[in-house]
Ligand binder design. Structure first.
Ligand SMILES: Cc1cc2nc3c(=O)[nH]c(=O)nc-3n(C[C@H](O)[C@H](O)[C@H](O)COP(=O)(O)OP(=O)(O)OC[C@H]3O[C@@H](n4cnc5c(N)ncnc54)[C@H](O)[C@@H]3O)c2cc1C
Length: 391
């Protein structure tokens, strides 16, 4: 029997109220028609300045986010740690476009690294490169178009911010994940992360890149950077994910008439994810690995690899990670069985996190399977609690 089926462990810190709220939320999200109307309503309300923040904060935000600041996320950090689950503080303000916002993301990321210093319960920090630079400029840089003098200066500022975060992470011994985004902005980021790894990962992996296995070219990229690290004597930090922009990748490739860069069969993406796990294990002498996934089969495969390679369950080179509010049956049961687990805990002002929440809703509506799993587990747990007899 799978360890992920123990729902008593999975929902042990959820009150009746939490469970009912989660039930309602996932029920609504799972109905595409209602979910679409709600999403439109939220977008329009924001555009017209209708005050809906209070409502959002009490519902979807309360389920998926830690709090409006690092301090206000402390309850979530403590609650997770009570179940031996670490927190990855993720300042999730998205779609920012100016210098002030970029510096705000830089400062928040530095604050999160300071907070994580010497804290067992916050094993990683994280940031998104597009929080530090304009998306359109990254796109231009990737396409190798000629940049203006002003744009070159912007790129330079971006690299400085990137460097500051990596240096701080190294000084404080806090490993940091660099999230991956759309494939058409990823090349310069990959190059920059590799440069940072070669500078800061000499003794252990502090800088982690993210590899999206829905991309057809990522297995060969993984092999390439492993060889590069071996030749240049540094360690590699890898977060493996399937990838969050599947539809967007296909739409753009069709629109601009280039080869679709992502797998179009789920099975092929799953095979690559699982192959990447195996490749990482074959190279564990230089790799630290985090599997960012809600997929039970891949999580089970990772458990099997840990056992096959006779590695301690709590070896700090291997982590499992899920998002707050999702797949608690995986996170809580893994942690209860002694594996290393950390949840992404998005935090920030409600208004700033609305794009993240909308993405969560849209993404989850489109992958009916995941939503179905969340809802099924919540219903089972509600029934289980109802049937408990008190003598
Ligand atoms: C801790 C954590 C960190 C993350 N960080 C990032 C990140 O930095 N960048 C990022 O892009 N995403 C990130 N994600 C999201 C991740 O990429 C997935 O979108 C999400 O986790 C769902 O995939 P899954 O492995 O959990 O499981 P599943 O539910 O088994 O897989 C769903 C995924 O499969 C892929 N897929 C679906 N249909 C097809 C198809 N027809 N053909 C090919 N592939 C298909 C898509 O990637 C889809 O998201 C992160 C997720 C977690 C849990």
């Amino acid at each position: 029997m799978s360890i992920f089926n123990n729902l008593q462990i999975a929902f042990k810190d959820k009150s009746k109220y939490d469970l009912n709220r989660a039930y309602l939320l996932f029920k609504i999200i799972s109905i595409p028609f209602i979910s679409k109307i709600m999403t439109k309503f939220v977008k329009l309300s924001i555009a017209f300045g209708i005050p809906i923040e209070f409502f959002i904060k009490k519902t979807i935000y309360a389920h998926f986010c830690g709090g409006i600041s690092i301090e206000k996320s402390q309850n979530t950090i403590d609650r997770l740690w009570n179940s031996n689950i670490g927190t990855i503080l993720d300042f999730s303000a998205e779609g920012k476009n100016n210098e002030i916002d970029f510096n705000r993301v830089l400062n928040e990321t530095i604050l999160s690294i300071n907070k994580a210093k010497n804290q067992e319960n916050i094993p990683f920090a994280v940031f998104k490169p597009t929080g530090l630079i304009r998306f359109s400029l990254l796109e231009k840089l990737s396409s190798k178009e000629k940049l203006t003098y002003k744009e070159e200066k912007e790129i330079n500022d971006f690299e400085q911010r990137f460097y500051k975060i990596c240096k701080k992470a190294s000084q404080n011994n806090v490993p940091v994940f660099v999230d991956a985004e759309e494939s058409w902005i990823q090349d310069p980021i990959d190059d920059l992360v590799l440069k940072m790894m070669s500078e800061f990962n000499n003794k252990k992996a502090v800088i982690f890149n993210t590899i999206q296995l829905y991309r057809k070219d990522r297995i060969s990229y993984l092999k390439e950077i492993i060889n590069h690290a071996k030749e240049n004597n540094f360690k590699i930090g890898i977060k493996l994910v399937r990838g969050a922009y599947h539809e967007k990748e296909i739409e753009r490739a069709l629109e601009k008439n280039y080869e679709i860069p992502v797998h179009t069969k789920k099975e092929e993406c799953d095979n690559d994810f699982n192959e990447a796990l195996s490749i990482c294990f074959e190279n564990l002498n230089i790799i630290s690995l985090c599997a960012g996934t809600h997929n039970e089969k891949s999580s089970q495969l990772l458990i099997n690899l840990i056992s096959k390679y006779k590695i301690k369950k709590n070896d700090t080179r291997i982590y499992f990670s899920q998002l707050l509010g999702m797949s608690d049956n995986i996170s809580y049961n893994l942690a209860a069985n002694g594996f290393n687990v950390a949840k992404y805990v998005p935090y920030g002002p409600v208004k700033d996190l609305i794009p993240y929440l909308i993405r969560r809703a849209e993404e989850n509506t489109s992958i009916a399977g995941q939503m179905g799993r969340e809802l099924t587990n919540i219903i089972k747990e509600k029934k289980r609690r109802k049937n408990i007899k008190f003598f």
